[in-house]
Structure formats: structure tokens, C-alpha cells
Write a protein that binds this ligand. Structure first.
Ligand code: ATP
Ligand code: MG
Ligand code: MG
Ligand code: MG
Length: 439
């Protein structure tokens, strides 16, 4: 992509409304545009990151056996009357009327709708387990929308819903999502720690929030430092093997980790003092077993091997991709801007032409652009007539993992400079070597 043809509205000044670094950097890097309270458009650079985040989520959901669908954002209130949540949900729900004066709502979540799909088609235990997910916009009329896309009113969510015959099946489904989440966040270059979370009236111990530690996080969390060095399951993990998956969950739930609501001082005291991490955290994912909470009032039953009808046992599994983009920035930036982990970077390489119009610089840039692109790299080529200082500042701000700097002096010697955004290391290389290194 040539920057001269791209849409990258960089802000020179720090936007006053942004209280935290990710919000500031997303606005400055031209990733998002605020459209109203807690409502944002995703501009081209931001959209690329959001898409990469969603793609990783998708791959890991699929790997764990979940199936992608897409449900509407607007739902009928009647469905929510069936579960009893239409009245319970309160002011976070945006309620709408259509032209026939029917009560509608903009979905804050989809348990009811997915249960409606399930009960329409699934009648036998032989069709289980089933896990359906979608990646769709949600609306919650938050009391305090703030921090940009971190807590917005309209936001993207990946929400998966599992259906099983009994608790044992539901637990296995829960475990698969648990392990899938470990892989998902790690692939994005993040350390998310699964922490015991509130199960409310459902009870039991099957609720975990996946938390990224960050000073600007809104939750107070407590965990054992051991989590920082636990091994994350590889791509060869066999999701069909309940014992293997259960073993991983066991390992990842043994050291202490709890959110504020679940914090247990007595258990905490038993963690050796040097290993106690009491910190702020960002909830990027949440998995929850709720059993028959929806299947019972909505009459979603399957016939078991015993020939009898059973209410399906369910769970829901959310991730906030739009919040994640901000959380990644909170965890990975410096005073000059964003530092994208490679897997979610909007482009792999920023190619900087220091002297546009100089025949040799232009030629070398065109050559590098063609060669890196054909090697499968996404290159953002700064071919604008800005001064070099401005180009460097932009490149650092938008945080692409690598920069290739092409200037007249280097080119005369057949060389270019490459810079690693994370380490800041620079290296001068012959052009062919730079192609090989980054291609
Ligand atoms: P929070 O405690 O931050 O309000 P939640 O517990 O209400 O979040 P869930 O219902 O568990 O959220 O939804 C699943 C995921 O959706 C969350 O883990 C989070 O990543 C994301 N999410 C929830 N609310 C928002 C929001 N207002 N803006 C952006 N992402 C959100
Ligand atoms: Mg909430
Ligand atoms: Mg929460
Ligand atoms: Mg939650």
C-alpha cells in the first residue's frame, strides 16, 4: 500500500479527551474516529488490526471445534421474555420499537437467540456436542463508556455457546474453550491469565475471566506469579481428547488467580509472598457455564441415550476483539507510539523513502516494495513528500514491526537501513540482504 493513496489521518496533538495511552494512540494513529458517546468508526489502519485479531480468534475457535454462524444484531423482545431476561437486564439494554410497535432490542448478548436456533433443530444427544459462535456487534448502554474502544457502547464480541447433554459434557466443552483462549491470546502476543470469576446464582467453579495485567485495567486482580511462566498449549493440542484438555485446564487453574469478587484472603496468604501479584487487569475474555439457565425456560430439550428428554446443559464464551485491540496497545507501546506484536500488526513493514523524487531512491523503493510484497509481506510504503523526521515519527507512532529506510547516501552505496520497532535496533544492509532478511 502506498501511503500517498492510503487514508491515515494522523493527529499531531494529543487529543484531550483520551485518558489512557491506548485511546490516545488509537486516535493519533488514525485508527478510530469517535462518532458519539461510546461509538467508534474503525478507519483503515484500525480495521486491519481488528480483522487480524478476529481471524486469530476464528482460527482458534474452529480448532477447538466451534462452528461459525452469524446472528442479527436486532432481536425480538419476545425471545427475551421467554428467558425472563427482558425485565431483568435493565438499562444496559437498548430497547427499540419497530413500525408495528413491536418491542425490539439491540442485542447485548445472544444466549436467547442461539437457544432458539438450537431447539428448532437439535433433538437428539447424537447431534451433540455443539458449539456455535459468531463475531458480531453488540450494544450495551454502559453507565460510563470510557477509554475509547476499551469500554464503548457499541463493540464487537466473539460469543460462543455450547450445548451438551449433561454436566460432564458441558464441562468438557468449557475446557475446550478454556484451552482455546490460552492459545488465542498468546498468538496475539499477549499474556492473559485465567482467573476465577463470579458464577452468581449458578454456583460451581466454572467461570473464568481472562485478564491482561495493565495499570489502566478496571478490575483489581490477584494471582500467583507462576502464571507468567506456564507453558501455553501448542497447535498440536488434541481438542478431541478430553483427558488431555482437562489436564491443561488443571495445570492452568492450580496456582491462585482470582478477580476481586472471588478473592479469598485465606488462600491468598498461602501463596509465598514474593509470588503474590496484586494488580490491575483488563477483562478481554470470559467463559461461563450456566447449565440449564436458558434451555429450561426456553424448553430446549434433547433425547438422551436413556430415551428420556434432557434440558441441554450450556455455557457461553465471550471475547471482546475491539477491546483487545486497545488492550494490546496498553501492553505494548513506548513514548513514541504503538509497538504491534507481529501477528496483529496492520502491516509487516514500513518502507520509508527519505527523498521522494530522487530517481535512485524511488527505484530502490519500488524494487523493495515489489520484492517484499511478492514474498507475502504487507508493506506500507511512505512515498509522501513529508520531511524524513515526520516520516520517522509516523512510522514509530503506527508501530509496524519493521522499518526499511531508503536514503540517497545509502542507496549510492547500495545499502538501506532496517529498524526493528520493538528493540529499536538499526542495521545497515546491502539491498539484496535486506530483501532476504525481511522477505
Ligand atoms: P465488563 O466487566 O468489562 O463490563 P462484561 O463482564 O460485562 O465486561 P461479558 O458479558 O463477559 O462482559 O462479555 C464478554 C467480553 O466482551 C468481555 O470479556 C469484554 O472483552 C467484552 N466487552 C464487554 N463489554 C464491553 C464494552 N463495553 N466495550 C468493549 N468490550 C466489551
Ligand atoms: Mg459489563
Ligand atoms: Mg466483567
Ligand atoms: Mg464478563
Amino acid at each position: 500500500m502506498r501511503l500517498s493513496r492510503y487514508f491515515l489521518p494522523i493527529l499531531k496533538e494529543n487529543p484531550r479527551e483520551a485518558e489512557i495511552v491506548s485511546h490516545r494512540l488509537m486516535l493519533r494513529a488514525g485508527m478510530i474516529r469517535q462518532q458519539g458517546q461510546g461509538s467508534f468508526s474503525w478507519l483503515p489502519l484500525g480495521k486491519r488490526v481488528l480483522d487480524k485479531v478476529c481471524q486469530i480468534i476464528r482460527e482458534e475457535q474452529n480448532r477447538a471445534g466451534a462452528l461459525e454462524i452469524l446472528m442479527p444484531t436486532i432481536q425480538s423482545a419476545d425471545l427475551w421474555r421467554e428467558s425472563g431476561r427482558y425485565n431483568d437486564y435493565g438499562k444496559e439494554m437498548l430497547r427499540i420499537k419497530d413500525r408495528q410497535d413491536r418491542d425490539m432490542l439491540y442485542g447485548p448478548t445472544n444466549e436467547e437467540m442461539v437457544t432458539e436456533i438450537f431447539r428448532a433443530y437439535v433433538k437428539s444427544y447424537k447431534d451433540l456436542p455443539l458449539n456455535l459462535y459468531h463475531i458480531q456487534w453488540k450494544f450495551r448502554d454502559e453507565v460510563r463508556p470510557r477509554f475509547g474502544v476499551m469500554r464503548s457502547r457499541e463493540f464487537l464480541m466473539k460469543d460462543a455457546y455450547s450445548f451438551d447433554l449433561d454436566f460432564e459434557g458441558a464441562r468438557a466443552a468449557y475446557n475446550r474453550m478454556f484451552v482455546s483462549y490460552l492459545r488465542t491470546f498468546t498468538r496475539m502476543g499477549m499474556q492473559a491469565i485465567p482467573m476465577r470469576a463470579d458464577t452468581g446464582p449458578i454456583g460451581g467453579d466454572l467461570s473464568h475471566e481472562f485478564i491482561i495485567l495493565a495499570d489502566t485495567g478496571e478490575s483489581q486482580v490477584f494471582c500467583d506469579r507462576a502464571y507468567l511462566s506456564l507453558e501455553v498449549p501448542g497447535a498440536d493440542t488434541n481438542f478431541a481428547d478430553d483427558t488431555e484438555i482437562g489436564g491443561i485446564v488443571k495445570k492452568w487453574t492450580t496456582p491462585y488467580a482470582a478477580t476481586d469478587e472471588m478473592h479469598d484472603e485465606a488462600a491468598w496468604e498461602k501463596v509465598s509472598e514474593g509470588d503474590r501479584l496484586s494488580a490491575r487487569g483488563i477483562e478481554v475474555g470470559h467463559i461461563f457455564h450456566f447449565g440449564e439457565k436458558y434451555s429450561k425456560p426456553m424448553n430446549a430439550k434433547v433425547t438422551g441415550p436413556d430415551g428420556k428428554d434432557h434440558f441441554a446443559s450450556g455455557g457461553s464464551y465471550g471475547i471482546g476483539p475491539s477491546r483487545l485491540v486497545a488492550a494490546i496497545i496498553e501492553a505494548s507501546h513506548d513514548e513514541n507510539g504503538i509497538i504491534w506484536p507481529e501477528a496483529v500488526a496492520p502491516f509487516d513493514i514500513g518502507l520509508i523513502n527519505m527523498k521522494v523524487g530522487d530517481a535512485e531512491c524511488d527505484r530502490v523503493c519500488d524494487e523493495l516494495y515489489a520484492s517484499l510484497t511478492s514474498a507475502g509481506k504487507d508493506v506500507l510504503y511512505d512515498d509522501t513528500d513529508q520531511r524524513p523526521g515526520g516520516k520517522f515519527a509516523t512510522a514509530d507512532l503506527i508501530g509496524l514491526p519493521w522499518q526499511v529506510i531508503v536514503g540517497p547516501r545509502g542507496v549510492a552505496a547500495g545499502e538501506v537501513e532496517i529498524k526493528n520497532r520493538r528493540s529499536g535496533e538499526r542495521e545497515t544492509l546491502p539491498i539484496a540482504e535486506a530483501k532476504k532478511r525481511l522477505g
